[in-house]
Design a protein around this ligand. Structure first.
Ligand code: NAP
Length: 221
């Protein structure tokens, strides 16, 4: 049976690798750009979802932003946008799509969290809070939708070779991070897409409510 996956933030990075992976496996892939569905605007999300004329079997809440700010210098407009994109948009999309998955008796939702939901680093208080919140939401959604074969999980990547990592770390910092990682390298987005794809596929029949850390061992040290 052909399945349809909606993936946010698929213009680059992990989302792009994910959309390629789903397409390779025969999924119809819906990848709205920011112009089509701005995750900072609830109205934009409603308009986009109402315009769809197909059922969504898989939702990957991937888009995320991470403007750094130490406590004492938090810009609350920027923090509000971060919370909208990283937390409220996934919640809102789940609110809109999970009841329809429940009615059809099938659905898979994968929320992209972060290592910073479990461990932390200066300047990431808002980002870490948004990602810890999405882990909690994931657990709850899994409990509410489990009886209807709608499985909900989170993937918490560590350092991945994407624009986001380059934006928040200098080349020297990235070299240092690599040295200190048990696997001595960053992951490529495709490696995270593999895990997302498994959790979102029909092969996943029993994993739900989990936050799986894919971080090359970073959080062990
Ligand atoms: N990279 C890492 O090391 C890392 C580590 C842990 C967790 N993560 C998480 O993994 C996910 C993907 O990260 P990434 O590194 O692949 O990010 P990325 O390369 O920066 O890409 C982010 C994507 O999100 C989209 N986006 C941002 N704001 C949006 C908005 N208001 N409306 C619609 N789309 C929006 C961007 O669209 P535009 O192209 O329009 O900007 C872009 O396609 C994020 O949730 C991130 O927090 C990443």
């Amino acid at each position: 049976m052909s399945r349809t996956a909606l993936i946010t933030g698929a213009g680059r990075g992990i989302g792009k690798a994910c959309s390629q992976k789903f397409a390779d496996y025969g999924y119809s892939v819906i990848i709205p750009s920011r112009n089509e569905m701005d995750l900072n605007s609830r109205e934009s999300i409603i308009n986009y979802i109402s315009s769809l004329d197909c059922d969504i079997d898989v939702l990957v809440n991937n888009a995320g932003i991470n403007p750094l700010a130490n406590i004492g210098s938090i810009d609350f407009d920027s923090a509000g946008e971060l919370m909208n994109v990283n937390f409220w948009a996934p919640v809102f999309l789940t609110e809109l799509l999970a009841p329809r998955m429940k009615n059809r008796g099938y659905g898979r939702i994968v929320n992209i969290s972060s290592i910073w939901s479990g461990v932390t680093k200066a300047g990431r208080s808002m980002y870490a809070s948004s990602k810890a919140a999405i882990n909690a939401f994931t657990r709850n959604a899994a409990v509410e939708f489990g009886p209807y074969n709608v499985l909900v999980n989170a993937v918490a990547p560590g350092y991945i070779n994407t624009e986001l990592t380059k934006q928040n770390n200098t080349p020297e910092q990235i070299e240092n991070i690599k040295k200190n990682l048990p696997v001595n390298r960053l992951a490529e987005p495709e490696e995270i897409a593999e895990l997302i794809f498994f959790l979102a596929s029909e092969k996943n029949t029993f994993v739900t409510g989990q936050t799986i850390f894919a971080d090359g061992g970073y959080s062990l040290l």
